[in-house]
Write a protein that binds this ligand. Structure first.
Ligand code: ZN
Length: 123
């Protein structure tokens, strides 16, 4: 598990970022949003390790359910590069498919039980 500085971007290239994070253990999540996206995510890392280099104004925010997690999408190409986690707003995860030089299909990945987390107890 190394924490290399990785370069990332959305598909159209409007959003560019760099992140210092290991890519394993990579994770998928079975919540209602993640199973539609199908993205493989890095482990959570501190907000300070993510730097948006360009295209911050191309990002659009999507929130649902408890509205704690912040899911960011490029409003031009629709690709989802990263999100702020619900468990801890100081922690972020990046979509491994957006990272240069990393093959998401070569990584072993578990599935997190976000579906259980996504139910609002008193809603
Ligand atoms: Zn884009």
């Amino acid at each position: 598990m190394s924490a290399d500085l990785l370069q990332g971007s959305c598909h159209c290239g409007a959003v560019k970022f760099e992140v210092r994070s290991p890519v394993t253990p990579a994770g998928r999540c079975n919540c209602s949003l993640c199973r539609r996206k199908g993205a493989l995510m890095t482990p959570p890392f501190p907000a300070s390790e993510l730097k948006i280099l360009s295209g911050e104004d191309s990002l659009t925010l999507y929130q649902f359910n408890t509205r704690v997690a912040r899911h960011y999408f490029c409003k031009h190409c629709g690709i989802y590069p990263f999100h702020q986690t619900r468990k801890d707003p100081q922690l972020w995860r990046v979509n491994i498919g957006c990272l240069e030089g990393v093959d998401p299909y070569s990584l072993e990945a578990g599935v997190a039980d976000g579906a259980s987390l996504s139910v609002l107890e008193d809603a």
